[in-house]
Design a protein around this ligand. Structure first.
Ligand SMILES: O=c1ccn([C@@H]2O[C@H](COP(=O)(O)O)[C@@H](O)[C@H]2O)c(=O)[nH]1
Length: 473
């Protein structure tokens, strides 16, 4: 341990001596002033320092499991990645910043297989945006990225932004450690240390305006880490562990039939969606056995109430009356047409501690009156309630940059394109690969099948295979 510390201290001093770290007043890319400047481009002129760096990075890489291939973030990290590749024997790919307009037009050069686990190598991280741009291009080519090794973490918020996008950063040095080493080696005095400390405290990168990773490329387990709504998090975990993205629409009018179906298809679904007001013989006695089946088979109860009224009425509809929805349904749907009051009402209502809302942004019915502007405003609303909103009900990949939210898509059936009352259907494969669905809602495709269990298994498999091919094209 102290050996590693000594080597890092020695390396920090080397960086200082070759002017890769400078102190003074410097202008950043965005016109701000910084008291510390890192210029690691000079490393190519000092092969001995580059060698020390490669050795240190190789040690760090040992903590990352399953790496198949390396990729340096252009341009400064390209020679660093090359040095690490030579040292470890791991192959490398190179990302072009812009595609060639001749020949192959490739953005990623080198030999790789879709599904290879690619470790990112970067020199300095401030916001993490350069890493995310590289990750995006690599993922578009089917490579998987979950870790980045960096020389210096400037501690300005980049680690958190990367984590939100499913990338774990492993830094050789933080700026504070670097300052500490240089101070102990008498390279800098206490005033410089204090100036940098103050700069760091006052210059954290806001976490919003960075390029984000396409949610369709991330695994559900990775997205579980990013989910802010507790039910969405649990749903992602259930989807990953049960390998199912199937939500059953149990649109049956008989309470016993609902319980029987829930028991039989429970192992193959992640959620069971009800329209509780269509049950002819509803009594609150239906709820306890339904909850027990949901617990035993590990799926979530979801009432498709589509709340749309003033907040006060919604709160009463959600928690009172015959159905007492808030006492048993972890998830509900809501329209955005009445604005924020609906969400405030659900948020503030008594009932289950863990609750989540799916907002309706599009409908599967022909002739739906929902306009593009309405859809856009609905999506905006999701950003204002990150802890409450579990996802969006829609028919298209409307949002890609928020992996914390779940796309729920109804209107799914094998070999049928519509019903006689305006419902429109897509196939399980196309809703996942083309339409962007994370969870598919299937009702009559299962409830009206001659063998509902066999049908549920078939939908589960088709949907799960489509998800696997989406994250591993
Ligand atoms: O746009 C929407 C929103 C909700 N639904 C609901 O999904 C199921 C679909 O049932 P199928 O039998 O598979 O057609 C049903 O409960 C709807 O209320 C939707 O279809 N479209």
């Amino acid at each position: 341990m102290s050996n590693q510390k000594d080597s890092l201290q020695g390396f920090a001093v080397q960086l200082y001596k070759i002017n890769a770290i400078k102190f003074g007043e410097f202008k950043t890319k965005v016109g701000l002033t910084t008291p510390v400047y890192c210029d690691l481009r000079v490393l190519v002129s000092y092969p001995d320092v580059m060698k020390t760096l490669a050795n240190l990075l190789v040690e760090t890489i040992k903590g990352v499991k399953g790496v198949d291939i390396l990729c340096g973030v252009p341009y400064t990290a390209l020679p660093i990645a090359t040095a690490v590749s030579l040292q470890t024997g791991l192959p490398m790919v190179m990302r072009r910043k812009e595609a060639k307009d001749y020949g192959t037009k490739k953005l990623i050069e080198g030999v790789f297989n879709a599904g290879d686990q690619c470790l990112i190598i970067e020199d300095v991280v401030t916001s993490g945006s350069s890493i995310l741009e590289t990750v995006k291009d690599l993922q578009n080519e089917g490579l998987k990225c979950s870790d980045a090794i960096v020389l210096l973490n400037r501690e300005q918020g980049g680690a958190g932004i990367l984590q939100k996008n499913g990338i774990k950063m492993h830094a050789l040095l933080t700026l504070s450690q670097l300052m500490d080493y240089l101070f102990k080696a008498n390279c800098i005095d206490v005033q410089v240390v204090e100036k940098v400390k103050q700069y760091l405290a006052e210059n954290q990168v806001p976490s919003i305006p960075t390029p984000t990773v396409d949610r369709r490329k991330l695994s559900f387990l990775d997205r579980a880490q990013l989910a802010q709504n507790p039910v969405a998090k649990r749903l992602f975990e259930i989807m990953a562990s049960k390998q199912t993205t199937l939500c059953l629409a149990a649109d049956l009018t008989d309470a016993t039939e609902i319980l029987n179906l829930a028991e039989k298809v429970g192992p193959y679904i992640c959620a069971l969606k009800t329209h509780i007001d269509i049950v002819d013989d509803f009594s609150i006695n239906l709820i306890d056995p339904l909850k027990e089946i949901a617990n035993r088979h590990n799926f979530i109860l979801f009432e498709d109430r589509k709340f749309a009224d003033i907040g006060n009425t919604v709160q009463l509809q959600y928690s009172k009356g015959l159905y007492k929805i808030s006492s048993w349904a972890s998830l509900v749907t809501a329209h955005s047409v009445f604005g924020k009051g609906v969400l405030d009402a659900i948020q503030g209502a008594p009932g289950s501690e863990e609750k989540g809302v799916f907002l309706l942004a599009e409908a599967s019915a022909t002739g739906s009156l929902i306009t593009d502007a309405y859809t856009k405003s609905t999506l905006k609303l999701t950003a204002e309630y990150p802890k409450l909103i579990a996802g969006v009900v829609c028919q298209n990949p409307l949002f890609l940059d928020n992996p914390a939210l779940i796309q729920l898509t109804p209107g799914v059936k094998i070999a049928q394109t519509s019903d006689h009352l305006g419902q429109q259907y897509n196939s399980p494969e196309s809703v996942v690969t083309e339409k962007g669905a994370d969870i598919a809602v299937v009702g009559r495709g299962i409830t009206e099948a001659t063998d509902p269990v066999a049908a549920a298994k078939r939908y589960q498999t088709l949907l799960w295979d489509a998800y696997l091919s989406r994250i591993n094209p």
